[in-house]
Structure formats: structure tokens, C-alpha cells
Write a protein that binds this ligand. Structure first.
Ligand code: AMP
Length: 284
């Protein structure tokens, strides 16, 4: 596995691969790699592409300096996970090259309005501007590629898809399913911050999503999810059902395939999860 850090070397690597006739896959991450990330590496590998993974803890998408500081960093373990799961080239760009003006603000920002304004975007002002801006830069350096993202961050996936469509970026986005621990908890780099009790409490989030697997109206489905979460005393930032590409909130009378999304806060740790739901205008 190749390991690079400079933008020039990374751009040359991708250009060379395409010149050899290989398709390039890009898997952006913030490191602290786990089975969720590994599943993206394996999906990219299985497609036959040359796999470039990036690790960059992007300060522009964090709301507070404390959250940024406490974000887990495990560079040595990450290199092993990347190598074992089929990554050909691991890129860890420096902050100086990614955001040369940091900690001063960067003049250029990519904003995806509409999709990026609600839910995570409303609770974490500037978060999706930071995400869209860094992903645009990762795409600009990598060039034409297939880019793999997890459905775990479902709103992020929708924001990135919209950005690619609006700017005609030469990138095909591939969404991959959520990887869960055997108890149902969606795997996240933040799960390690939970105590044993906190983890038990956090299971209510995936339980709430499993409780809405039968078609019903959005009001009924939201109520069912809230009941499960309230029973477990899980504080929530939102419990919502949206149209999966536009993120328009579902109303009673809507029918078809939508997405239920939950953000819970357990022991001060923000946990997000989501699942497909079918809306019916009649109750089950
Ligand atoms: P992060 O390092 O948290 O920025 O995540 C990097 C990529 O891995 C994003 O596309 C995430 O959606 C994806 N990812 C994180 N956790 C999971 C998971 N449990 N299942 C699937 N994809 C995930």
C-alpha cells in the first residue's frame, strides 16, 4: 500500500492510474477506522477500481474546538485496517495543504442549501458547508472517480450527491449500507466514548428504527420512534421522516419510500442513525 501526504503526489498518483487505464475509487474518511469504513474499502475494491482512501479530520466541519480536539486519532491502526481491506493508496493530507489559511477562515465555501439546512445542518451550523467544501477539494485533487460514502451519514450523502449534480463534478457517488454491531448499534468512531450503560441506552436508537418497519403515516411512525426513545430516556435532537433525495419533511398523506432519521444524545455523545421506511396514507 502506498502512503502519501502531499496534494501533488496524490494528484499524480490518481492521474497515473487513469493513464494506465484503471478506474479510480475514492473513500474519504476522518480516520479512527472501523468496520464501517472497512466495508467502504471492500466495496470499492470489489468494483475492480484502484482504491484511494483519505484520512483528514476536517476542522471546518466541527462546531466546537473541544469536539475537534476530542475526535479519536489512531494513525497506526488505520494504516493496518486500510491495507487489510484493499486500499491501494492511503492519503493523509496536512492541514497546511488542505486549508492553508486555517485557523483564519477560508475564502471559498461550498454550500448546499435546502438539503443541508435541516436536521444535522440546523443543529450544527456550518457543518455541511465544511463537509461540502472539503469533499469538493478531495474531488478536485483526485479527479474523475467513483466516490464511496456510507448511508450512516445519510444527509451527508444527499448533500454530496446534490453538489455533484449542481456542479457537474466528474464523480459518481456510491452509497453503501450502514454497518452495525451485532446488538444493532450503528458503528461510529464516537461509540468508544460511551460507558457500558450509555451503550445500552444508545441501543434504543436502532430499536426505534426497527419499530417502524411496517407502513404507516409519518405521524404514527414518528410517535412510535419517540415512544421507544422516551422509554429508554434517550435525549433526542430530532426524530424525523424525510423524502430521501430532497430531504423535504414527510406529511400525512405521503406514500412510498422515505427515510427515518434520528439524532440522539447519550452521555453527551451525539449519535445518528437512519433507516428506510414506507409511508402509507392508511394506518397499519
Ligand atoms: P467518517 O470517518 O466518520 O467521516 O466516515 C467516513 C465514511 O464512512 C462516511 O462516508 C461515513 O458515512 C462512512 N461510515 C461511517 N460509519 C459507517 C457505518 N457504520 N456504516 C457504513 N458507513 C459508515
Amino acid at each position: 500500500m502506498e502512503q502519501l501526504s502531499s496534494i501533488e503526489a496524490w494528484r499524480n498518483y490518481a492521474n497515473d492510474q487513469r493513464a494506465f487505464g484503471h478506474a479510480v475509487a475514492l473513500v474519504p474518511t476522518m480516520g479512527a477506522l472501523h468496520d464501517g469504513h472497512a466495508s467502504l474499502f471492500r466495496a470499492a475494491r470489489a468494483s475492480g477500481d484502484v482504491v484511494i482512501a483519505t484520512i483528514f479530520v476536517n476542522p471546518r466541519q466541527f462546531g466546537s474546538a473541544a469536539d475537534l480536539k476530542s475526535y479519536p486519532r489512531t494513525p497506526h491502526e488505520d494504516a493496518v485496517v486500510a491495507k487489510e481491506n484493499g486500499v491501494d493508496c492511503l492519503v493523509e493530507p496536512s492541514l497546511e495543504e488542505m486549508w492553508p489559511d486555517y485557523p483564519n477562515s477560508t475564502s471559498t465555501t461550498v454550500s448546499v442549501h435546502g438539503i443541508g439546512d435541516s436536521l444535522e445542518g440546523a443543529d450544527r451550523p456550518g457543518h455541511f458547508d465544511g463537509v461540502a467544501s472539503v469533499v469538493a477539494k478531495l474531488f478536485a485533487v483526485t479527479g474523475p472517480c467513483h466516490a464511496y460514502f456510507g448511508e450512516k451519514d445519510f444527509q451527508q450523502l444527499a448533500v454530496v450527491r446534490q453538489m455533484v449534480r449542481d456542479l457537474a463534478l466528474p464523480v459518481e457517488i456510491i452509497g453503501c449500507p450502514i454497518v452495525r454491531d451485532p446488538d444493532g448499534l450503528a458503528i461510529s468512531s464516537r461509540n468508544g466514548q460511551l460507558s457500558a450503560n450509555g451503550r445500552e441506552q444508545a441501543l434504543a436508537i436502532s430499536r426505534a428504527l426497527r419499530a417502524v418497519d411496517a407502513p404507516a403515516t409519518p405521524s404514527t411512525l414518528r410517535r412510535r420512534m419517540r415512544e421507544v426513545l422516551e422509554d429508554a430516556h434517550v435525549q433526542t435532537a430530532y426524530v424525523e421522516i424525510v423524502q430521501p433525495t430532497t430531504f423535504v419533511v414527510a406529511h400525512d398523506g405521503d406514500e412510498g419510500e422515505f427515510r427515518a432519521l434520528i439524532a440522539g444524545i447519550v452521555e453527551g455523545v451525539r449519535l445518528i442513525d437512519n433507516a428506510p421506511v414506507t409511508l402509507s396514507s392508511r394506518e397499519a
